[in-house]
Design a protein around this ligand. Structure first.
Ligand code: HEC
Length: 113
């Protein structure tokens, strides 16, 4: 009786723990859809043709290049941190969007502009 209770408890703990863990993983990966929104709202202000930063779309880099870029985390020739323009959680979403739609990704995207 006590033994089966123990097994039940352990099973419950495992279920809860795996739920929390997968949610953490999801958060770490960032949301591509939210990222598209943040990228258009903030980054595109300076990154359309003729604007101060020049045109930038997901197609500017490969998936690996975007990963490296966000791992470094600096912007404008290394002069400032990327988080100057977007808070870290939104930046994670924006990076998910750019990586998932990079030039060599399965779904390359110009983000409609
Ligand atoms: C206030 C204007 C501004 C905003 C907002 C902005 N950028 Fe930039 N960005 C620039 C300028 C200026 C450069 C340098 C352009 C050049 O080389 O002539 C640049 C360069 C870049 C480059 C080329 C590599 C580098 O860093 O030098 C990338 C990629 C980039 N920005 C991505 C982003 C992303 C992603 C965001 C949103 C999180 C963003 N930018 C927001 C102005 C901006």
């Amino acid at each position: 009786m006590i033994r089966s209770l123990k097994i039940l408890m352990i099973t419950l703990v495992l279920i809860v723990a795996s739920g929390v863990f997968s949610r953490l993983l999801a958060v770490q990966k960032g949301s591509e859809n939210k990222g598209r929104f943040y990228f258009r709202q903030t980054c595109k202000e300076c990154h359309t043709k003729g604007a101060v930063g020049g045109e930038i779309t997901p197609l500017n880099k490969t998936m690996a290049q975007w990963r490296t870029y966000f791992a470094q985390g600096t912007h404008n020739h290394g002069k400032e941190p990327l988080v100057k323009h977007l808070p870290a959680d939104q930046l994670l979403d924006a990076s998910a969007f750019l990586i998932q739609h990079a030039a060599d990704s399965p779904q390359p995207e110009t983000c409609g502009k």
